[in-house]
Write a protein that binds this ligand. Sequence first.
Ligand code: ARG
Length: 475
Amino acid sequence: MPPKKSGRKPARKSAKKSGGKTWGGRFAGSTHPLADAYSVSVDIDRRLWQEEIAASIAHARMLGRQRIIPRADANAIVRGLREIGREIRDGRFRWRDDLEDIHTNVEARLQQKIGDAAGRLHTARSRNDQVATDLRLYAKAACDRATEALRSQQRALLDLADANRAVAMPGYTHLQRAQPVLLAHHLLAYIEMLDRDAERFAQARDRADAMPLGSGALAGVPYPIDRRSVAKELGFSRLCDNSLDAVSDRDFAVDFVSAAALTMTHVSRFAEEIVLWSSSEFGFLTLPDAFSTGSSIMPQKRNPDIAELARARTARVQGDLAALLGMLKALPLSYNRDLQEDKRAFFSAEDTVLDTLRVFAAMTPRLTFDAERTRAAATANYALATDLADMLVRAGLPFRKAHEAVGKLVRYAEQQGKAFDELTIEVFRRFSSLFPDDAPKLGLDAALRARSAPGGTAPRRVSAALRRWRERLAT
Ligand code: ARG
């Protein structure tokens, strides 16, 4: 990427009649400088330069092959575009705000380089099908980047789960200790979520994979173009079938941003747990130095800033999604200038989701857990109550009755200020005669082992899941 310009310069005065505008012919006066400044998008859409150059080269070649423009001109155009691509890559290209967007910037430079032949490039094409093509190409690559980043975070979670295989902790509902689970089981839940996110990016990629080019401004073009060959060169697997839809559809951008928003939402839930777990109240984990900050006035502090920022940036991506949907909902067919704003939301969502996944993939494996503390928390507060009820069920009692008996036992134990294992079997049997002798000694590990139905937290199930994911994420 070329270095980003800091402030936006006011559009250069385009006082001359057509002011370098590609559409200047029919206008007698020039546009107001404020109107120009308000419409520029080159600061944002120049990020599409690789797609722009590739799509223009493919289009020019096809025009030459089809004899729509002279072969020699097509060749000159392709050569010129390649040079421009190198100029941009090396940061030598002079971006001009007065030329509005990336498309006009490139075309104007081409004109400087090869003269009037440059004017033939825009035959059988409009900026409307052009920008839609650029952004679809970009979206496909962005989906690949997001998938890659998701896989890294999945691997990071898997490493963390593996390193803490035997760690037990309380599972929660309503943020109340509910039943014990393995930490690895908890982390595997996030691996599942991120896997569905990867699936969504794959679907988004697939839907973006249709080429608008050849649709013209909105109605198709009156030239014998060969769209298939262009699509093939650009790596599109199919063509957009309706020109009106092709220039105005931004579903594919919504798909991407929506997948990004949900990914962020998942990361944010994990972030929230990091914030909670690293507090003194929980004391479950310690953040690595490299990913926490101190306080300028409270020397003892270790703050989970990365997790907090991710939580907040999730709201921004959700905002990008709302912005896109809002932008589209009242647009009559076909192209409207509103659509220019799609890129702002798209790039913002992309940057945020990639940055977030990357920093989490680096931080996650370095979280260290206090296994004694999580284990103690896992059995405190009568967390094995459900297991006692299950014992009664195995002895023949209907579950509702068992639940009631254990409920009363919990109330009694609470009044006495005692844990289950501090009560005798005689006391247990006051609440149900069906309690087996070992009921008071029911331990955490037995409770974990018992949850061995598919999908449960039993160690053997969790080990199998870890193995499965290790295989799946190996490639
Ligand atoms: N910069 C414009 C965009 O991003 C390109 C298309 C302009 N088309 C037009 N009819 N003004 O949407």
